[in-house]
Write a protein that binds this ligand. Sequence first.
Ligand code: ADP
Length: 240
Amino acid sequence: MCIRDRNDIVYLKRLERMRTEFLANVSHELRTPIFTVQGYIETLLNGALNDEKVNKYFLDKANHHTINLSNLLNDLIDISMIESGEMRMSFRYFNVNDYINQIVKEIMPLAEQKSIDLIYYPVKDGMQIFGDKGRLKQAFINLLTNAIKYTEHGKVEIFIEEEQKYAKIIIKDTGIGIPPGDINRIFERFYRVDKARSRAVGGTGLGLAIVKHIVEAHNSKIEVKSKPGIGSEFSFRLKK
Ligand code: ADP
């Protein structure tokens, strides 16, 4: 970019600040699981390995944190690819019922583990929507795993409302909900309402930022309505 005026300088400075903040966040997010795993391994080496009562517990904990670490790395790779403009999109029409049924089948074990009903209400047979199947799958999976992660009792439902030119996709849960003061920030990278809770369920704080990018790459907008203690509803429109 060629710098022309003060506005450009202000813009570049802001970009630089965002980059520095992002790096600081990434380093911090990486440090937590690495230090924790290190701690467990040291404890095991210092004698806990031979203590039948705790050795498996420590190994399970270390394993849990390495899973978090690999989730984080995968999300970081995705977000850097998306934000550097390397996300190549491949749009086409596809059958919506077949597509969502397949995703629901893949996510079902997660819901079953928590005794949550995961329900898709099919639309009329043969209805097609337009988008990048692979990218959209990632958005669906992020939204559905969040809905399951942040729900303790009840259900997660997927509806489609047919509009004239669009299909409005709605993912609704009966979970903990999002406080009004946080709702505008949840799509920011690394923003979480409750950090400890997000980490405990394997969250990275990047899932919704990735969803937002993918939905916007479809010329659409992700919307959210939520009531603490009642549940949340995420929605976006796709061309049909
Ligand atoms: P995380 O990996 O922490 O889940 P996300 O970017 O996917 O990160 O979501 C950001 C935050 O938004 C979460 O930490 C959580 O506080 C909140 N959130 C997202 N989805 C839901 C939901 N369905 N119900 C309640 N809170 C949610």
